[in-house]
Design a protein around this ligand. Sequence first.
Ligand code: GLY
Ligand code: MN
Ligand code: MN
Length: 450
Amino acid sequence: MNAPERLFAPPAALDRAVFAARRRALADIVGTEGAVIVPANREQPRNRDVHFPFRQDSDFWYLTGFPEPDAIAVFLPGREAGELVLFVRPRDPEREIWDGRRHGTEGAREHFGADEAHTLDAFDAQLPGLLAGRRNVHVQLGDRPELDARITACVQRMREMSRRGPAAPEALLGLDASLHELRLIKSAAEVAHMRFAARVSAAAHIAAMRAVAPGVQEWQLAAEIHAVLARHDMEPGYGSIVAAGANACVLHYVENRAEVGTDDLVLIDAGGEYHGYTADITRTFPAGGRYGAEQAAVYDIVLAAQQAAIDTVRAGTPVADMHEAATRVLTQGMVDLGWLSGDVDGLIEQGEQRRYFMHGTGHWLGMDVHDVGRYRVDGDSRPFAAGMVTTVEPGLYVPPDDERVDARWRGIGIRIEDDVLVTDGEPDVLTGDVPKTREAVEALIASARG
Ligand code: GLY
Ligand code: MN
Ligand code: MN
């Protein structure tokens, strides 16, 4: 049997040089007085001998490329004996028969650029020596309380010994101002990964749109999405939302167990991850092939809000302007439809629009769907800069039991979401391949029905 063709050529893999360059950039930020400690993810048991599929921690992956669970990276800029120290699971022929090959300390040095590698059981004994002379320890406190406790116990031991030995570190700092600033700005190689994830995810949405019909099950549409992803060595970057009718008013609806009704809109929020980089796309389309009058009226407001918001995604514009732009268009629309009454500025000041638009307009996107990166710096909304990727995803949702609006609006939930790369020029919509205007969506569905 022939394997199904890939629709697009995948980008070049990220090689060792990429990870080394990231560590150089991190060294420039934290300096030789800093140490960075980043743990890998743990395997999560599902039941008895079965684990949930393993996904590496994004910070750890970004810094090391090392794929195994449980490891810990200690990065020490300027250390003469070597900057990257990896603590990894030991080789174990018996376990490797069951669970697969482990790289061990040798593999960590040979293939992942570790200057020094130890097995995990050596971590507590080695750490005081590694932190000697380091003033700051950069670690994302709270993410892994048991690791935090081991680090603070180490600092405490060093303090007790400091009359005879090296000074203990003075401060524990998070990663937001260091590693996460690097992750926020995507390199050309990262953009290539995101573009690929976006294009395949767009094709997946198109497959679901083509498959929609009254009577289909939400999970069958999810299957259309996931099949396209799987054929491109991808998996969902987050739980896929396939929400028919009023299910769309549940923002993180992931049950996907209902039948699609004749007059339903179907909201699909799904995106695939390619080698660590995810897309995040939402489209809302009619099961019957044509938007009804009320659905069309709401749709056009959400689309206008999204276009206004995308237009703010330009280097130098404060990030908060994106939400403001969407909020203004949506609130005006809610007034026009008779859902709210009053003057738009006053309504926004009172937060009245949150009744039907209760989430933000976008978030950083990258290795995580809600990616790292600060939105405000020193109290102010930061400006967009080239290389950032944000989602733009306004929506309107009228709960089915909302008695404050006319019955004909109830149960309508619409979101439109694209992924936008900030450039030095126009906003670059990575996910633009999925039809978005009502006319284009209806034409696609009609063409699928012949
Ligand atoms: N898919 C989750 C979100 O759009 O934020
Ligand atoms: Mn999103
Ligand atoms: Mn989404």
